[in-house]
Unconditional design. Sequence first.
Length: 134
Amino acid sequence: MMPRLPTVMVAALIAVSTGAGAALAQDPAKGAIVFKKCMPCHNIGPGATNKVGPELDGLDGRHSGSVPNYSYSDANKKSGIVWNEANFKRYIKGPRAMVPGTKMTFPGLSNPQQINDLWAYVSQFDAQGNIKKK
């Protein structure tokens, strides 16, 4: 027979496990703050244009290397990536690790909360730069 855990210990385990899940919730407003790290190279939103990097409107579901009038590296064009949450989160941790030969020099983000928030921010824009209707 298994020993029973004291009620206080069970309550503490529940509090810790639910707190961890809540900490990783996605917040587009906080993602907008994280996006400031991206702004030297990328635009997003109404009227966004390519800069050093391509504009990011409509990123969710877009094929890598497909923004018109942007000169991508061969590595990026041939990567076969279709941007979604999982691919973005993997890429933003280390762009050069995921796509060797990319022109993107960003060293990456390591904070899981910032990555979640950044995805919430960039994925809310449609291809015209408008916030998607929910």
